[in-house]
Design a binder for this molecule. Structure first.
Ligand SMILES: Cc1ncc(COP(=O)(O)O)c(C=O)c1O
Length: 264
């Protein structure tokens, strides 16, 4: 049963899922009654408690607090502590190492949970975010009060910035490091269609390829056809070899489900 442990985690507001009032899970004061009702049922079996307190969390304390909150609710076979460990998106992000996160959770479990209980975790972005890099072509550079570098992608392939303001680094692929501070923006018709604000790029010009690293989580999965944008291909690279695993989308793909198209 998913419960809302009502702990504070310092992350983007839209990624907080364990705070009082969040839409996820039963509030703590309703849990005892739900447990009693499920235990009285002949059709339901309560295996344990589940909490997922948010995403892109860069400290271990909120996870420990969640374990304590679950411990106060009684003894169960299973405790699922969800995911939430952050990734290093920018040079300023310093997430705990996975070992530190696991260590803190298991220490707290040993301390507060029944010895025979089973522990489940559901890490997502901390496993996969760093394995993705998105490549864009620069289509325009506008100089004025700010330098705006527009590329051939944006909120169609990366919703994380528009949804909650995730910060990303970026670089021109053959001129890495340093340079002028620019706003890297997408091709869609919203001012919120940004990939990175105030990021250093070295002498960006149309035709350059710009890499945005750490896009392996929640980018491909949230890709969309807004403004009729076609989804990018996915290429796996390892040991000097590249292999296309998802081909570039075509207009025929987009219209394939459109039953009003001529000829259908
Ligand atoms: C219930 C649940 N578990 C795990 C995850 C994975 O979270 P993360 O990628 O932050 O580790 C999510 C993400 O939304 C989730 O909703």
């Amino acid at each position: 049963m998913r419960v809302l442990p009502e702990v504070r985690a310092d992350t983007y507001d839209a990624l907080v899922t364990g705070r009082k009032g969040s839409k996820f899970g039963l509030p703590l004061d309703q849990v005892p009654r739900a447990i009693t009702r499920i235990r009285a049922s002949t059709n339901l079996h309560l295996a344990g408690l589940h909490a997922h307190i948010g995403s892109q969390i860069l400290e271990v304390e909120p996870f420990v607090a969640a374990v304590r909150a679950l411990a106060d609710l009684g003894e169960f076979e299973t405790y699922d502590l969800g995911g939430g460990l952050g990734g290093r998106y920018t040079y300023d992000d310093h997430p705990p190492e996975p070992e530190e996160w696991i260590g803190a959770i298991t220490d707290a479990a040993r301390r507060y949970l029944p010895a025979s209980s089973r522990l489940i975790i559901e890490p997502g972005r901390s496993l996969v975010a760093r394995s993705g890099v998105t490549l864009y072509r620069v289509v325009n550079v506008k100089r004025g009060d700010r330098v705006t570098v527009a590329v051939d992608g944006g909120m169609g392939d990366n919703m994380e910035v528009a949804l909650f303001g995730q910060r990303f680094e970026a670089t021109v692929i053959d001129r890495v490091g340093g340079g002028e501070r620019v706003d890297l923006v997408g091709r869609h018709c919203e001012s919120g269609d940004r990939l990175s604000s105030d990021v250093p790029l070295r002498s960006p010009r149309p035709g350059d390829v710009v890499a945005v690293p750490v896009t392996g989580a929640y980018c491909y999965t949230m890709a969309n056809n807004y403004n009729g944008a076609l989804k990018a291909p996915v290429v796996f690279c390892a040991d000097g070899k590249a292999r296309e695993v998802v081909r570039r989308e075509t207009l025929a793909d987009v219209f394939a489900r459109d039953t009003s198209s001529p000829g259908r």
